[in-house]
Design a protein around this ligand. Sequence first.
Ligand code: PLP
Length: 399
Amino acid sequence: MSLSFGRDLYLTPGPSVMPDSVLAAMMRAAPSIYDGPIVDLTESIVTDLKTIAGTRHQLAMYIANGHGAWEAALENVFAPGEKALVVHTGNFAQSWANVAERMGIEVSYLHFGTDRAADAAVLAETLRADATHGIKAVFCTQTDTASSASNDIPALRAALDAAGHPALLMVDCVASFACERFEMDAWGVDVMLTASQKGLMCPPGIAYVFYNEKAEARARPKPDRAPYWDWTDRANPGLYYQYFFGTTPTHLLYAQREALNLLLAEGMENVFRRHEIFAQAVWAAVEAWGTAGPLRLNVANRAHRSRAVTAVRAKGVDCFALQKWLRHKTGLTLGKPIGFDTPEFGNGAHAFRIGHMGHMNPPMLLGGLSSLQAGLIACGIAHGAGGVDAAVQVIAANA
Ligand SMILES: *Cc1c(COP(=O)(O)O)cnc(C)c1O
């Protein structure tokens, strides 16, 4: 018996749920891309994204997903053979590094495991040892979407400063942008990238790369950069088509405008607080379930946890069967595990992820957690009592 009649729920860490008004904003004819309202609309998106990013500097936009944002940022900063240091806290840092390696960048790693944030003291020590300042940039994720560990970006900045190292600091905020606080200029971040389909509540398709003057000054010489990825004209277009180096993604821009309207109407402080409360509700549920049986939060240290996504380990449990049950019986889709493909985690079978980013309210979140608890029962997965109630208490106490 499937009870899945009604609106399906996706608690995946992207693409996230799109608000109805965002969907509706795209239901219209194509505009003129020569002049008129689309020009002002594009400018207004740039302005508002810079506000949310906490920067007065540059924003280059691309028709791309997060992988495109990775390549765009790397292409502008690095020539082949130059050195990058990757602060590794999960699979997404690794995937970005893989792109860098394929581009001929010499990558070295600081591994911090896949269940915690980076240790800034280790970064400072590593940079001090780089006496010739061969490392051109340090890159990391704010939230690693696979491990759900979140880095303390100001602490990493302080490590670069303490070491007196001139490397650029480049941060991937695809999972965390517009979910968790980020202050590019105040935190001294030189390059930050994100994409439209997570906290920004839009279809995948627009990648955003923010950069400051220091990044431009240290960047790869302009003539060497691939023309499509060069950020210069995109950030300062003399002609409208230069924003996207070709036809603009018109309908994605309508969607993004509406999503920004929603975020700004709610107020970013409220948006961050809402994500904080939802994260705490998820943690409370998983901790209660974990009082008996194998379910555990992947990131044990509260201070190291993402507010946008939560990875859950379940040693010995067939989480694929659980996810299948949830999808077919209830209409709930959870995030697949990424980076748990070791024998210890059943080659990926003993983990799942809960996305709690973007367009979400308590009925959605609590409905999802309740369905998940039903799945635990139906699939015979041992768990402590009171998971849903623990989440309900968090919502009641904070709303
Ligand atoms: C989703 C994500 C990406 C990749 O985005 P795609 O659109 O899937 O290419 C990169 N980094 C982080 C932290 C992400 O969460």
